[in-house]
Design a protein around this ligand. Structure first.
Ligand SMILES: Nc1ncnc2c1ncn2[C@@H]1O[C@H](COP(=O)(O)OP(=O)(O)O)[C@@H](O)[C@H]1O
Ligand SMILES: [Mg+2]
Length: 380
């Protein structure tokens, strides 16, 4: 049995050797010769410590060591020593391959990690893209909503323009028969005796048609769209003119009207546009008092640092302007009124007109108590 060992080892492709008791090589294997490059005769008798560099040798430990090779330096191996009684065996497991494998494994792991990082980055990128897309989609939705709203408001304001044209046409149509009614009633009056049967009624007709004529005349002037013409204007007469149109409308909405006209300095302006300002402010005041209330319109003079200004105040006892809205009410298309009722253009047009007159418009408002718009225009 003992004799069979060396033969088995000698033909083995594993790098191994049978050792003499003094730990010199008795029988090297084919594998060991191939690994070290030494011939059998060179190896036989070689002390193990000459062939192998290693620390303290422990049996069966697979400890690292380095095998001497012929002309190729040393090769790393794991060393297995068996000290079975009667026979000593050394086997070597070359580590070169393992190192290469390890390096390959490491590289593959790194490639895998890089790939994982790439996938992670890609995933993050896609995620970002999706959130960006989500955001832009909601932004787009918001913009679309605003666009729709503006379109509605534009439609409404173009309806208003059409309405203005209609009113102008109507005023034109009405003025003809009105002249006939007025002329005939006046000439019939002249032919009647005062106190006769129809005198009273006829003078009422003549008076009413005169009043209607002034309203119609005024409506025609107001609806005519002409470029701004600056001339010397008396603000008080602008207020009076405006109320020719407004008075009945206010009455039918249970709005009590107090007009206080004091002395005002003449200003340079366009009476038509200033009247539009008054109509806009009064219409808003009326809308703010759906259950009725009191409207106060007053004029006067203010002096600031030696300069005289004409002042107009339009005050109502309505619902007031919400605090969060007050900074924006002069912006176009800002409205709290339902579609068909408001365009949100009134105050923006108003402030534009006041600017054209080098004037100022201010607003004070208290929720539930009312609102006051104050306009000052410098006199020349
Ligand atoms: N006197 C007022 N009292 C209360 N709110 C007002 C008054 N005047 C204007 N506002 C507010 O300002 C908004 C803008 O007015 P305006 O520009 O005239 O547009 P619109 O009357 O078409 O809504 C109104 O919708 C309303 O909410
Ligand atoms: Mg308005």
């Amino acid at each position: 049995m003992e004799r069979a060992w060396p033969g088995v080892i000698a033909s083995s492709t594993l790098p191994a050797a049978v050792l003499f008791p003094d730990r010199s090589i008795a029988e090297p294997s084919e594998g060991l010769m191939r690994l070290t490059g030494f011939t059998r005769s060179e190896l036989v008798g070689m002390p193990l410590c000459k062939l192998l560099e290693m620390g303290e040798a422990r049996p069966d430990a697979g400890q690292p060591g380095r095998l001497l090779t012929k002309g190729r330096g040393t090769a790393p191996v794991a060393v297995y020593l068996s000290d079975a009684p009667g026979i000593s065996l050394a086997a070597f497991h070359p580590l070169e391959k393992e190192t290469a494998l390890g390096a390959e494994l490491k590289a593959a792991m790194e490639r895998l990690a890089a790939r994982e990082r790439y996938i992670e980055d890609f995933r993050n990128g896609v995620f970002r893209m999706i959130t960006d897309l989500d955001r832009s989609e909601s932004e787009l939705k918001g913009a679309l909503e605003r666009l729709c709203e503006t379109r509605m408001q534009l439609m409404q304001s173009s309806k208003m323009t059409a309405l203005g044209e209609l009113a102008a046409g109507l005023a034109h149509e009405v003025s003809q028969p009105l002249t006939v009614i007025k002329g005939l009633s006046l000439s019939m009056l002249r032919s009647l005796q005062q106190g006769s049967a129809h005198f009273e009624k006829l003078s009422l007709i003549a008076g009413a048609s005169k009043k209607m004529e002034s309203i119609v005349k005024h409506l025609r002037a107001f609806t005519r769209s002409e470029p701004t013409v600056m001339k010397t204007v008396d603000l008080n007469s602008v207020v009076r003119d405006a109320f020719l149109i407004l008075r009945e409308m206010l009455k039918s909405h249970s709005v009590e009207t107090n007009i206080e006209l004091r002395e005002v300095p003449a200003v340079s302006g366009d009476p038509n546009r200033l009247e539009q300002v008054i109509i806009n402010l009064v219409a808003n005041a009326k809308d703010a008092m759906p259950g009725g209330g009191t409207l106060r319109v007053s004029t006067g003079t203010v002096e600031i640092t030696g300069r005289r200004y004409a002042r107009l105040v339009v005050e109502d006892t309505g619902e007031g302007i919400p605090e969060e809205l007050i900074g924006r009410i002069f912006d176009p298309f800002v409205t709290t009124k339902e579609a068909g009722k408001g365009t949100g253009l009134g105050l923006s047009i108003t402030s534009g007109i006041i600017k054209e007159h080098r004037g100022e418009i201010r607003v004070e408002s208290e929720r539930g108590r009312g609102t006051a718009f104050t306009i000052t225009i410098p006199s020349d």
